[in-house]
Design a protein around this ligand. Structure first.
Ligand code: KG4
Ligand code: ZN
Length: 352
């Protein structure tokens, strides 16, 4: 089964052709990082305009690289949400036009579910129940996945996403954008024990994550240091200590969340899964849980369309297709209220 997938939820215009949900025939990604760099973050208006000009050539290239004609595909997959509305609309409208024009089915995919499926290409088959930590620039969630397609939130961030925290920390340290990879690089030269950031305390005791306190602590540390004049060694030590604190929180929350749930696989995906310190910490968590841990390789960790095709594959097999009237939905959730862990249910309004 050949799926042509499109991803345009944030600042990457991507298209891929995937056979049987596992074999990537092509995966083309046009990144807008250089366009947004001067602003230190993604500017939604610039993002949608760039998607509009790139979507056609990116899809053309994906078909060309895969050596297939449009008529040969069995279905179109597209990221439906969550994401930036203007960005999502470009991909969704394009995908709908393709589906309508070719008469092929269309499958709307949740972006977070896409990240979950990014591990299927280079790892053994996922054994359920699984535990999945999805850490990206826009999302940080720990899911219990009882069986394929059944997600339950165990923990989620109360404020910033982990990637967002890296991006903001880098900005404060004058390191540029996007922050995650830069912090990781600079941290190699620093001492992670130089500064101790305390783990957040969630006042209602729920097993959630929080990164905004860390950000404030870093800002205070910077201001208190030499009146904000930052030496190279201070920046390296601060980056290493900050990275350690983020990773420690993610690893501890995952371990606590997974204990007693008898999971068979641990999955770590999303842009922050590129981080080698996080990978090492999650390997340790997996060891403690006596389960294998699966990561996507670097090019599949950050946004891409191959993962969207992989997520759409089981849906298309089940003929779970979207109506042609489907549209972009920034509020799309991976679970419904009934799926929320009973410890969390009814107490907070969920935003994933
Ligand atoms: O998954 P992704 O491409 O986009 C979203 O869906 O948000 O993730 C991008 C995020 C950015 O915040 C970026 O700083 C972070 O992933 N990131 C990293 C690393 N590489 C990318 N964070 C920490 N360490 C990295 N090596
Ligand atoms: Zn993403």
């Amino acid at each position: 089964m050949l799926i042509l997938a499109i991803e345009s939820s944030c600042d990457e215009t991507a298209a891929a052709v995937v056979r049987d949900g596992r074999e990537i025939l092509s995966s083309v990604i046009s990144s807008q990082i250089d366009l947004h760099r001067p602003y230190g973050g993604v500017v939604p208006e610039i993002a949608s305009r760039d998607h509009l000009s790139k979507i056609d050539p990116v899809v053309e290239e994906a078909l060309l690289e895969a050596r297939i004609e449009l008529e040969m595909i069995d279905g179109v997959a597209v990221t439906q949400g969550p994401g930036l509305i203007g960005s999502l609309l470009v991909g969704v409208c394009y995908a709908k036009a393709l589906a309508f024009g070719t008469g092929k089915p269309i499958v709307g995919v949740n972006h977070i579910e896409g990240h979950f499926y990014s591990v299927v290409f280079e790892n053994p088959a996922i054994e359920y129940p699984a535990m999945a930590l999805i850490v990206s620039g826009g999302h940080t969630n720990l899911f219990h996945v009882a069986e394929e397609g059944k997600y339950k939130v165990v923990s989620r961030t109360r404020d910033d996403a982990a990637g967002e925290a890296f991006d903001k920390a880098a900005k404060m340290l004058g390191l540029g954008y996007p922050g995650g990879p830069i912090i990781e690089k600079i941290a190699q030269k620093g001492n992670a024990d130089a500064f101790r950031f305390t783990m957040p305390k969630i006042s209602d005791g729920r097993p959630d994550l929080s990164f905004s306190g860390l950000k404030t602590a870093l800002s205070k540390l910077i201001k208190g240091n030499n009146d904000g004049v930052l030496s190279e060694s201070f920046v390296a030590d601060a980056a290493a200590s900050f990275q350690y604190a983020v990773v420690e929180q993610l690893a501890e929350t995952t371990l606590k969340g997974a204990r007693g749930l008898k999971v068979k696989t641990l999955i770590v995906a999303g842009g922050v899964a590129c981080n080698l310190t996080l990978r090492a910490a999650m390997e340790k968590v997996a060891n403690k849980l006596s389960v294998p841990v699966y990561f996507p390789s670097k090019h599949l960790s950050t946004d891409n369309a191959a993962m969207i095709a992989a997520a759409a594959y089981p849906k298309l097999l089940r003929r779970e297709v979207s109506p042609i009237s489907m549209t972009a939905d920034i509020t799309l959730r991976l679970q419904n209220v009934d799926n929320i862990d009973s410890r969390l249910k009814g107490k907070v309004k969920y935003r994933l």
